[in-house]
Design a protein around this ligand. Sequence first.
Ligand code: ZN
Length: 157
Amino acid sequence: MSEHDKIRELLALAAADALTSAEEKQVAQHVRSCIACSTELGAWRLIASELRRLPTPQPSSWLVQATLARAEAKLTEQAEHDWNGRVMIVFVAFAWLLTIASWPVFHFVSGRFGSLLEPQFSHTWIGFAAFTALGWLAGAVAAVMLAIRQRGERRLA
Ligand SMILES: [Zn+2]
């Protein structure tokens, strides 16, 4: 391969400033004495400068907005999901705590005064079941109220 052919292959890269300094020197030296290569390098330089003048593609503002909105919705959904999980845990814990804590009180009260109304009431499992259900209901109401309050606070924040 002649020097001329070798340099010709490098001309496009030379115009794009993509050569090593050694190659650059070689090209510069050759184009001084070779009109064909000099002309071609000029053409490549023109193309390269035109390419550089083209605007860099930018994502449209609409796309940026839509992507941001989608990311935000995803984050909110995730936070909501975590929040619901926490509420559920609080609800269950509260309901059990309430049931366990209240049962001796209920047992004591109904044992003392229940006998006046219904002697066997405090000793039946139905009584306990009903009381457990009441405890869960109270727990649920408390959890829902807590959730509504917290949600309101989050909306304000
Ligand atoms: Zn040449």
